[in-house]
Design a protein around this ligand. Structure first.
Ligand code: PAF
Length: 278
């Protein structure tokens, strides 16, 4: 496995591959888990060369504490990538991707950014799109892999690729869950064992929605709110039903559009998000 710290080294290496070889790219911020491994496995299956970037992108953190607390597990990350047979890792310092003082670009993603993470993490998607645009331009992958756990991010990146007129196909990959249903996330490393057990409440609520669609959006939403009120260690930030294509809230199931239920909640100071497509 090759590890590059600068885009020049990476691009020089990539230039040696023949044009016919397909490149799969998985961007990450490290603190890797089985969800990331699943993305790389998909990349290995679908592409000739798999590249993973590890870069904690400062411009997408609207909360400086969240950035400071973000887990750093580089040694284990590299071992995991080696084990999953990733070919190339790009792990640059901040100044390889940003000039000093550079801020996030300002994008227009229409309705995709108005609610959910767009509402509760102002500036987050501009920062995320800024780094993804840079990475897609550097690597020019055939397919880029994104987890469905960050559902809004996935749809925004699809939109970004269109705006960039990029040839890269943006592939959404299903969420990987632990036995209790808790979605794999780098932030889970910040949870105690007990908190992890309690955090299965999020999946239980999502699952309830899937199994009880017939009672309708309003009742499902109040069911989730009631369940969260019962657990004093949890604070529900949002439980929202959205149309997949627009990420706009729905009050009733829409005949044509697929929908999703998205939850964000804090447990012991850790912010967790999850969703299910209904
Ligand atoms: O999902 C993430 O880990 C990040 O938002 C991403 C896509 C790596 C961009 O920094």
């Amino acid at each position: 496995m090759y590890i590059f710290k600068s885009k020049e080294e990476l691009q020089k290496h990539l230039a040696a591959f023949s044009k016919g070889e397909t490149i799969g790219f998985t961007p990450t911020m490290g603190a890797l888990h089985l969800g990331h491994m699943h993305l790389i496995e998909q990349s290995n299956l679908k592409c000739d060369i798999s590249i993973c970037s590890i870069f904690v992108n400062p411009t997408q953190f609207n909360n400086p504490n969240d950035l400071a607390k973000y887990p750093n597990t580089l040694t284990t990350d590299l071992e995991m990538l080696e084990n999953v047979k990733c070919d190339i890792v790009y792990n640059p310092p901040v100044n390889d991707l940003y000039v000093k003082g550079e801020k996030a670009k300002s994008y227009d993603f229409g309705s995709l950014t108005t609610i959910l993470e767009g509402e509760f993490r102002p500036g987050h998607f501009n920062g995320m799109a800024t780094i993804i645009e840079k990475l897609l331009n550097i690597i020019n992958p055939t397919i880029a892999f994104f987890g469905q756990k960050d559902l809004q991010q996935l749809y925004i990146v699809k939109n970004l690729a269109k705006q960039m007129k990029s040839d890269t196909y943006i592939e959404g990959v299903e969420t990987v869950r632990g036995k209790s249903g808790l979605a794999k996330s780098s932030r889970n490393k910040l949870l105690s064992e007990n908190a992890k057990k309690e955090a299965s409440l999020i999946y239980n609520c999502l699952n309830y929605c899937e199994n009880n669609k017939a009672i309708g959006v309003t009742k499902l939403k109040s069911h989730i709110q009631q369940e969260f009120l019962k657990n004093e260690n949890f604070t529900l930030e949002y439980a929202e039903f959205v149309a997949l294509k627009t990420m706009l809230p729905i009050k009733d199931w829409e005949a044509v559009n697929q929908s999703a239920v998205c939850i964000s909640a804090y447990h012991s100071g850790v912010r967790l998000i999850d969703n299910i497509i209904l």
